[in-house]
Design a protein around this ligand. Structure first.
Ligand code: RIB
Length: 326
């Protein structure tokens, strides 16, 4: 069972991608050829979240699958630099990739090529059961096979850890089995609407979500994850927190909003990942503190990440956050 020795420990099961990024004035439309400024760097929702958790101060293990190529070597080098406990399955498939466009307002569109990420198997996750047993918080997303996410959460739950699901990207399906093993879910607006509809809820407009009244939003969250907590990240509108009845995680209210941090965003790529990694680290560090405190920390951490270009490389440190916000 999880005990005080697990405090501050996070395990992330997820993807690593080499991101190929073009910054340009406006996102391309069908039929357009545009010139942009290119850079490449480390990404993948799993790796971004693991990097964020480590920089936020958690002892972090990252379970993933990498190709035997330059991308895989990049992941190993960077993981060592951030002190990540890397548990990588070496695959014949190439390391995952992503093509990303970022516009002048810092908004992005992303296409991924899963490559090795698709090879991350439940059996490999099982080989790293000890890391899951030692974690206060297990965090995963949907860029790796569903069965592997389920295996990770089942093991973490059995060991007494908390499970944090970032149901991203929006087009990925999460099964009932995965939802049943989820304690906290953290979709953005698009992911929330897509996942809610898949679970039989109303068809909502992601662009109108932040404008719904709090009681209505809370009711929709309860439909997404009746037994657990939901945090909808809403970009410039901050986020919305919704808890199940009788499981307020130290908060005074069952639902409330947290404002976004005052930052000058230049690139929002990986901001959701920054939020998730920081939330996992904060929960692991101080599991008995009010949930709202952790959410406020994660909102600031995510905000700071948008002031730099890139995904994993843009994650701030706990010290930078405290210097900026106190
Ligand atoms: O969330 C941002 C990430 O999504 C990028 O780093 C890209 O690799 C994709 O996984």
């Amino acid at each position: 069972m999880s005990n005080s020795a697990n405090k501050g420990r996070v395990v992330v099961v997820g993807s690593f991608n080499v991101d190929h990024v073009w910054a340009l004035p406006a996102l391309p439309r069908p039929g357009e050829t545009l010139a942009g400024t290119y850079h490449t760097g480390p990404g993948g929702k799993g790796f971004n979240q693991a990097t964020a958790a480590a920089r936020a101060g958690a002892a972090t293990a990252f379970v993933c699958a990498l190709g035997d190529d330059a991308g895989g070597r990049l992941a190993r080098e960077l993981a060592a630099g951030d002190g990540l406990d890397l548990r990588a399955l070496r695959c014949a498939e190439p390391t995952g990739t992503a093509g990303i466009y970022v516009d002048a307002d810092g908004r992005n569109t992303i296409v991924i090529g899963p490559g090795a990420n698709a090879e991350l198997s439940p059996a490999f996750v099982g080989e790293h059961a000890a890391a899951l047993d030692a974690a206060q918080v297990a965090l995963t997303q949907l860029e790796t096979p569903l069965e592997s996410a389920i295996a990770a959460f089942a093991r973490a739950r059995d060991a007494g850890g908390s499970t944090l699901l970032n149901p991203a990207p929006a087009d990925a399906v999460a099964s009932d089995a995965l939802w049943a093993l989820t304690d906290i879910a953290t979709p953005n607006e698009t992911e929330f609407c897509a996942q809610l509809q898949r679970r039989g809820g109303d068809a909502l407009d992601p662009d109108a979500l932040a404008g719904l009244d709090d009681a209505a939003l809370h009711a929709h969250c309860r439909r997404l994850l009746a037994h657990g907590s939901v945090v909808i990240t809403l970009g410039k509108s901050g986020c919305f927190v919704s808890h199940a009845d009788g499981a307020l995680r130290g908060d005074a209210q069952a639902f409330y909003r947290v404002a976004a941090a005052a930052v000058k965003a230049i690139d929002t790529t990986g901001a959701g990942d920054a939020f998730n990694g920081a939330l996992a680290a904060a929960l692991a560090r101080d599991p008995d503190a009010a949930f709202g405190e952790h959410v406020r920390y994660a909102v600031r951490f995510a905000g700071l990440s948008t002031e730099r270009a890139g995904a994993a490389a843009a994650m701030p440190s706990d010290a930078e956050l405290r210097a900026r916000f106190g």
